[in-house]
Write a protein that binds this ligand. Structure first.
Ligand SMILES: Cc1ncc(C[n+]2csc(CCOP(=O)(O)OP(=O)(O)O)c2C)c(N)n1
Ligand SMILES: [Mg+2]
Length: 308
């Protein structure tokens, strides 16, 4: 086995900050995309639509998915449960180059970036959710609750695929999502791929606190273990410490998935019954609207419902 490289945390962070800039640009700007000149009112969209609060956490997950895809040579797809956080998905697809490959007029230059920003949630252009125009999209996410079901469907009879599924903590309160933690009973580790849920514990669903974020950690862990998962926690807000923790957790998760696959495929080869594994999952506890302004006019924004 090749020795694992140390993750380049500075590069991960730079990529993430670029993705976060793109999220803000999509929501606010219809001109002056690189802020090359001083900001004027006519540069800002007349009607602001789009969800910032979810976006930095989702782009963070994406950044770390990119790293493990390269490091472990994975086949992986990202599904956004809180699909309203589309700026946190579209930004990464633009940075990865896939957006420009499919929509050449949204090129990776100033003019293309301007068009990319302006089209977001704009009449006659794309919506503010992960609509079907999103490159590679199989899950829109507008109606909350189905991300684990769709991730599970994606990996059936697709043994090499890992479906990385971001579950919003508000989304987790819907009936469909609360039930679908049980998908691990349907996955055959020999013939199906793996679902890797990331419970995005950013504390809020629009204007309200979320239940799962308010549970003591031990109680949340027991709940998820009871559903058949083996959770890994990544918690905090200081970016570089969080990059280190997330990189380590993602490596552990992928190693566990690979070990589960090896065991199950050996059991199948040798004619033994395939035992149901405790699949791994991540819990990402990070501030809503992470890296945004701490407050405005004396009112708390980052880590609070106002940043939704
Ligand atoms: C089934 C359903 N109910 C309600 C909504 C309205 N809604 C849109 S975003 C949102 C909050 C979602 O919170 P969370 O899943 O925690 O996502 P976050 O933005 O915090 O990442 C709600 C309730 C919806 N989209 N779908
Ligand atoms: Mg939330």
């Amino acid at each position: 086995m090749a020795a694992q490289r140390q993750p380049d945390l500075e590069a991960l962070d730079a990529w993430w900050r670029a993705a976060n800039y793109l999220a803000v640009g999509m929501i606010y700007l219809q001109d002056n995309p690189l802020l090359a000149e001083p900001l004027r009112p006519e540069h800002i969209k007349n009607r602001l639509l789009g969800h910032w609060g979810s976006s930095p956490g989702q782009a963070f997950i994406w950044a770390h998915a990119n790293r493990v895809i390269l490091e472990h040579q994975l086949e992986m797809i990202y599904l956004s449960g809180p699909g309203h956080g589309a700026p946190g998905v579209l930004g990464p697809t633009y940075l990865d180059g896939s957006y420009s490959a499919i929509y050449p007029d949204k090129s990776q230059d100033t003019a293309g970036l301007g068009r990319f920003f302006k089209q977001f949630s704009f009449p006659g252009h794309i919506g503010s959710h992960c609509t079907p125009e999103t490159p590679g999209s199989i899950h829109e996410g507008g109606e909350l609750g189905y991300v684990l079901s769709h991730a599970c469907g994606a990996v059936f009879d697709n043994p090499e695929l890992v479906a990385l599924a971001c579950v919003g903590d508000g989304e987790a309160e819907t009936g469909p999502l609360a039930t679908s933690w049980h998908i691990n009973k349907f996955l055959n580790p020999a013939s199906d791929g793996a679902v890797l849920p990331v419970l995005h514990l950013n504390g809020y669903k629009i204007a309200n606190p979320t239940l799962l974020a308010r549970l003591p950690k031990a109680e949340l862990e027991s709940l998820l273990v009871g559903y058949g998962w083996q959770p890994l926690f990544v918690e905090g807000s200081e970016p570089m410490a969080m990059h280190a923790a997330m990189a380590a957790a993602m490596d552990t998760a992928i190693q566990r998935i690979q070990a589960i696959r090896r065991t199950a495929r050996e059991q199948r080869e040798s004619g033994h019954d395939i035992t149901r594994p405790a699949w791994t999952m991540l819990v990402l506890r990070s501030p809503k609207g992470w890296t945004g302004p701490k407050e405005l006019h004396g009112l708390k924004l980052e880590g609070f419902w106002r940043s939704h």
